[in-house]
Design a protein around this ligand. Structure first.
Ligand SMILES: [Zn+2]
Length: 317
């Protein structure tokens, strides 16, 4: 019997498949990636996923039988118990039994999880949340997602929907969200929402500085951050308002979950203090004298590796 515990993490994304072989400490022994090319159909994508696993095993000279398992992070919704991906619009997938297919192919334990949940798990074991058992992970990028880690494990809920923090409603009759509701956190504080408001502001002529920065293109949340750093009042106000709502959402979640730590990742978290200052201020003001007002809110540490490492932690941690 192998004394060393190995696991493979596969991060299935809309554009890229990233795969890594890790040991029990989360150290990467081999890694590879390839384009997803979802337009070629699910068979081809699955074949490519298998090949990445075979490649990392081959590179490290490890047989599938030596694996504790293979963890797969996938866009959802999915059934984490069976590994059935119910729907992944980005990939054009409906009811794909990823777990069963991988089990058949590799004859090892397979775990499948939602990508934001696994990112939370990765941060818990290898990133900002090391030594913390209860944490709330929030990713702010094109959307807003989350992962709830309780007792070191992902809390998936009764329908694998737990952690959808992007769809808590923070503003009555607020902006329309993709989910059909109005005023969701995602419709206000995501990179997409900020870009949308910036574009509207430019149309109204509210920010000559941002207009100059963006030229003929459409503004991104990164552009808004750049303009805010140059002292642009419109951009500063837009970010402050958006992330105040993020802070309100987090304050509510703290009351529900009482975690030890909040970790914020995703591309928009790279706005750093432009995001973290209003979030922390709002949480402190909202929670007043509660012990929750002192819960640390920190930036994620794993960067682009978070998906693949989180997936691997599903089987080795
Ligand atoms: Zn929503």
């Amino acid at each position: 019997m192998a004394t060393q515990k190995y696991g493979v993490g596969v991060d299935l994304g809309g554009t890229k498949i990233a795969t890594a072989l890790v040991d029990g400490e989360g150290r990467v022994l081999a890694r590879t990636s390839c384009l997803t090319e979802a337009q070629e159909g699910q068979e081809k994508v699955l074949e490519r996923m298998y090949k990445t696993v075979e490649d990392v095993l081959g590179e490290a000279g490890i047989a599938p039988g030596e694996l504790a398992g293979i963890g797969i992070g996938s866009p959802g919704p999915l059934d984490s118990k069976t590994g059935l991906v119910l729907s992944a619009p980005n990939l054009g997938w409906t009811n794909v039994p990823v777990g069963d297919l991988f089990r058949e192919r590799f004859q090892v334990p397979i775990s499948v999880g939602n990508d934001a949940n696994l990112a939370g798990l990765g941060e818990k074991w290898l990133g900002a949340g090391k030594n913390v058992d209860d944490l709330l992970y929030i990713t702010v990028s094109t959307g807003v997602g989350g992962g709830i880690i309780i007792g070191g494990k992902v809390h998936t809920g009764a329908h694998d929907i737990a952690g959808e923090v992007g769809h808590i409603i923070v503003q009555k009759d607020g902006p329309q969200c993709n989910c059909g509701a109005r005023g969701c956190l995602e419709a206000i504080a995501s990179g997409t929402a900020i870009a949308r408001e910036a574009k509207a502001g430019l149309k109204r002529g509210e920010s000559p500085l941002l207009a100059k920065l963006v030229g003929d293109g459409d503004p991104t949340s990164k552009d808004v951050g750049q303009a805010a750093r140059k002292g642009d009042p419109f951009s500063t106000k837009l970010l402050q308002e958006s992330f105040t709502y993020l802070g309100l959402g987090i304050a509510s979640l703290l009351n529900v979950l009482d975690p030890q730590l909040v970790v914020i990742g995703g591309g928009v978290s790279n706005l750093d203090e432009l995001l973290f200052d209003p979030v922390r201020k709002t949480v402190k003001e909202t929670l007043g004298t509660s012990q929750l007002a002192d819960v640390l809110i920190v930036k994620a540490e794993l960067g682009a590796d978070v998906g693949v490492l989180g997936a691997a932690m599903l089987v080795v941690a």
